[in-house]
Design a protein around this ligand. Structure first.
Ligand code: NAD
Length: 372
């Protein structure tokens, strides 16, 4: 049976063409010493070949300098075959969730990128760590702090690095947030706000607590938490207050929130107020100090971010690929044996905040103190 076409957009011919161009260049330059060559790319296996893997990570993997795809883990063999043909890795590097312990025997795979529904991250991260592979897991890192603890412990025990797919850290608009926060003529930021939401119409796992762990907060609200982290130099808030809005489509959002608003208070008096929803569009982040501000809209998209500061419109050219930069950064950190800028501990911090938001909302907006 012919495998269905997947949204993987690098053709085999293009891939092989590029590989042989590299080989030809090498043959023309036999005097190049090993020390002059860039270090070999790390090999990555993508686990979970759904929308984000095919739509964003596959194109990013065409651009990465430090990492290349050398395998996949999937429950759908035809998808695995398609990826192996497109990227040129052997069929024996297609694993299923049940056979992924065998990753341990494949030296071409250095790390595994977990891109399955949220509630599956924990088991997949732990299985990858047990196979001796470094791990990146998509956001949210898990669906509870306890799950994050288990993942961090498993990666420590296996002596592998754990990072989260927090792509905003690799976008120049958020680098500008960091720069302004540190600029003595602007920062520190004292007020923040914004939100991320869309109207969900198709039934999907994101609206099921069992697989998603929650509603838009787990999926989209986490971006506002990340943005606030970037604007505050990763200093966490000390207290949370939150309110869930009454559901307009309770039959659709049976066991997850539809819209939730929350505030985060910081030890230095900073206050951040955000909203996230599956029943209305929003895509904005704003941070203000007494001396300046930055306002991004769209703030959280894969590309095409726009924004302005008190000094005028922002423009960063050429456009970057957030995911390629994220992958290259994490691979570089693994090579150098250091933690990435988006480690598992950051994912755990965000789950502490998320749990406090749900706790406050469940108590009708009662202030919940947190300690990260
Ligand atoms: P998706 O539904 O498109 O893909 C999920 C994949 O997991 C599918 O290939 C599916 O077959 C597989 N899977 C394995 N076991 C499953 C099960 N029991 N139930 C359902 N699917 C199962 O989802 P997605 O949009 O690719 O999201 C995957 C992860 O990536 C989520 O954690 C999500 O939050 C994250 N994500 C991150 C970004 C980002 O910008 N960083 C964007 C989108 C998604």
């Amino acid at each position: 049976m012919k495998p269905p076409r997947q949204p993987v957009s690098l053709s085999r011919r293009e891939f092989i063409g590029r590989a042989s161009a590299g080989a030809a260049a090498m043959a023309l330059a036999p005097h190049i010493r090993a020390a002059d060559l860039p270090p070999p790319k790390l090999g990555i296996a993508i686990l979970g070949l759904g929308g984000y893997a095919g739509g964003q990570l596959a194109p990013a993997l065409k651009l990465t300098q430090n990492v290349q795809i050398t395998g996949v883990v999937t429950g759908t063999p035809s998808k695995g075959l398609n990826w192996s043909q497109v990227f040129g890795f052997p069929e024996k590097a297609i694993y299923s969730y049940d056979t992924m312990a065998r990753l341990a025997d494949n030296p071409t795979i250095d790390l595994v990128y977990v891109v399955t529904p949220n509630a599956l991250h924990k088991d997949h991260v732990i299985a990858a760590a047990k196979a001796g592979k470094h791990v990146i897991t998509e956001k949210p890192m898990g669906v509870s702090v306890a799950e994050c603890d288990a993942m961090i412990a498993a990666c420590r025990a296996a002596k592998v690095k754990l990072s989260v797919g927090y792509r905003l850290h690799f976008d120049p608009y958020f680098a500008e947030v960091t720069r302004l926060a540190k600029d003595k003529d602007v920062g520190p930021f004292k007020r923040m706000g914004g939100g991320f939401g869309f109207t969900m119409t198709e039934p999907q796992w994101r609206a099921e607590k069992k697989l998603a762990g929650g509603g838009p907060l787990m999926d989209l609200g986490i971006y506002s938490i990340q943005a606030a982290g970037i604007a505050k130099g990763e200093v966490p808030p000390v207290a949370i207050t939150a309110l869930e809005q009454p559901k307009k489509r309770p039959e659709f959002f049976r066991d997850v929130e539809e819209t939730i608003e929350w505030a985060m208070d910081y030890a230095d008096g900073t206050r951040a107020e955000f909203v996230t929803s599956y029943n209305g569009g929003a895509n904005r982040f704003r941070a203000e100090s007494d001396k300046g501000w930055i306002d991004l809209s769209p703030a959280f998209s894969y590309n095409g971010l726009q924004g302005a500061t008190h000094q005028g419109k922002l423009s960063f050219e050429p456009a970057v690929n957030q995911q390629a930069r994220q992958l290259d950064h994490i691979a570089q950190c693994i090579r150098e044996g250091r933690e990435s800028d988006v480690p598992g501990e950051m994912g755990r911090r965000d789950l502490i905040i998320i749990e406090a938001i749900y706790k406050s909302a469940a108590q009708g907006g009662k202030r919940v103190e947190i300690k990260v």
